[in-house]
Design a protein around this ligand. Structure first.
Ligand code: UGA
Length: 445
């Protein structure tokens, strides 16, 4: 009989995981404590922007023409416990307010709500990003709370999906990592992931702590790579060198590689910034803080990029922001997403606004979220409207729409043809040819 899978927490990770499990052929029940979210998902809609995800939902939730009907949603833990053979925990672990540490309350609450209903042997699989040692703690709690006792087993299976590519990354991951304590748990997870494994995806079996650490290490490495190239951008600016050429030349060395080596306004989002902080906090608790002090520097270099962008914008505005208009292209923390959590673009926009400029923001998908979080900024319906009367245009999220802009057309509405490319990705020759002063981070003027 095919396994029945449940997914607890239907945010970014959970909604994607649930839809992809249905796509792999399993019967799936997704749970969230937010009834509104459940109603939205059950209707085949998603409360965020993620390419391909809504299509996958419609393909599997009942009630749509031709749907498999394999994907349903509920708010009942009892129903989930009755239904599932394998339960995936996908709740979020945000940064605690005023601290570096991760807030485990959502993961803990999910386990505490599920466990008392588990009356038959089952596997609970954690996917959330957690401090190392959490799986061990949760396994003890699970066995204590579940009526079936130790036959309710835990496994840890971290998630590596990127926003904007969530569906593809889940169906065709680079690797699968599973932290297990029994052959039974490994066998169940091999069954869940039989399709990607048959396609050649590496399946790495580890203990709990190693599985948890792979996730923290991966995000730390990615953040370090970005901050490394941004540190080089700082040196390039001082030395009159070009970080884009430098990065390209480095990328030909296969040991270094070219990915995550784009200098600019730095990393943001709901993962990299909080994950490196939580990792430092956990290492401190374990007495291994010295091993991760470099992550403090990674964080500082990253935050300095935002201040540097504000400084460059001030220079372009003639030394002060008062009475100046600034157009900001981009609000999401990266393209193909409407996520504005810790977005460098909005952070820069808000700082500039605070310093007296009138800031007009445009983003293809993140406007609603941005309006809610930063109501003090002005929002435009198009790049042209944002640029109206601007003394400088800031390119802060590299949407394709911005790369396709015609600088000659934009030039007709601005007060001054000045562009600051915070992502080092626009075609500078095209902008210069249209009479713009083009300035980027880490490149000669
Ligand atoms: C990140 C990781 O890439 C995923 O593997 C991981 O699963 C996920 O966090 C998570 O922990 O859930 P994500 O937050 O979606 O994924 O975003 P990334 O694509 O990693 O981008 C992060 C930030 O780095 C963005 O603000 C992006 O603009 C910036 N970035 C990226 C650069 O500034 N330069 C680069 O070269 C690459």
């Amino acid at each position: 009989m095919t396994l029945r899978i449940t997914v607890i927490g239907t945010g970014y990770l959970g909604a994607t995981h649930a839809a992809c499990m249905a796509e792999l052929g399993f019967e799936v029940l997704g749970l969230d404590i937010d009834p509104e979210k459940i109603a939205t998902l059950a209707a085949g809609k998603i409360p965020m922007y993620e390419p391909g995800l809504a299509e996958l939902l419609v393909k599997h939730v009942p009630g749509h023409p031709g749907s498999s009907g394999r994907l349903r949603f509920t708010t009942s833990y009892e129903e989930v416990a009755d239904f599932g053979d394998v339960h995936f925990l996908c709740t979020n672990t945000p940064q605690k307010k005023g601290e570096f540490a991760a807030d485990m309350s959502y993961v803990d609450a999910a386990l505490d709500s599920l466990a008392p209903h588990l009356k038959r042997p089952t596997l609970v699989v954690g996917k959330s990003t957690v401090p190392v040692g959490s799986a061990n703690r949760l396994a003890v709690r699970l066995a204590e709370l579940a009526p079936v006792g130790a036959a309710a087993e835990l496994a840890w299976n971290p998630e590596f999906l990127r926003e904007g590519f969530a569906v593809g990354d889940t169906l065709h991951p680079d690797r699968l990592v599973v932290g297990v304590r029994s052959e039974r748990a490994e066998a169940l997870l091999r069954e869940v992931y039989a399709t990607p494994v048959a396609e050649g995806v590496p399946f790495v079996v580890t203990d709990f702590a190693t599985a948890e650490l792979v996730k923290a290490a991966a995000n730390s490495f990615l953040a370090t790579k970005i901050s490394f190239i941004n540190a080089m951008a700082e040196v390039c600016e001082s030395a009159g060198a070009d970080v884009v050429q430098l990065s390209k030349a480095l990328s030909f060395d296969e040991r270094i590689g070219g990915k995550f080596l784009n200098a600019g306004v730095g990393f943001g989002g709901g993962c990299l910034p909080k994950d490196i902080r939580a990792f430092m906090a956990r290492a401190g608790e374990l007495g291994a803080d010295q091993a991760l002090t470099f992550l403090r520097e990674v964080d500082s270099i990253n935050m300095r990029r935002r201040s540097r962008m504000v400084e460059l914008a001030r220079e372009q505005c003639g030394g002060g922001f008062l009475g100046r208009r600034v157009a900001v292209l981009g609000a999401a923390f990266k393209p193909n997403s409407d996520d504005i959590r810790d977005s460098p673009a909005l952070n820069v926009a808000a700082q500039i606004q605070l310093q007296g400029a009138q800031v007009s923001v445009y983003d293809p998908k993140a406007m609603d979220n941005a309006r809610k979080m930063f109501p003090g900024l002005t929002y435009a319906d198009s790049p042209l409207e944002a640029a109206e009367g601007a003394h400088v245009v800031l390119h802060l999220t590299e949407w394709q729409e911005f790369r396709d802009l015609d600088p000659a057309v934009l030039g007709t509405v601005v007060a001054e043809r000045r562009i600051l490319d915070g992502r080092n990705i626009l075609d500078d020759a095209k902008w210069r040819a249209a009479g713009w002063s083009y300035r980027a981070m880490g490149r000669p003027t």
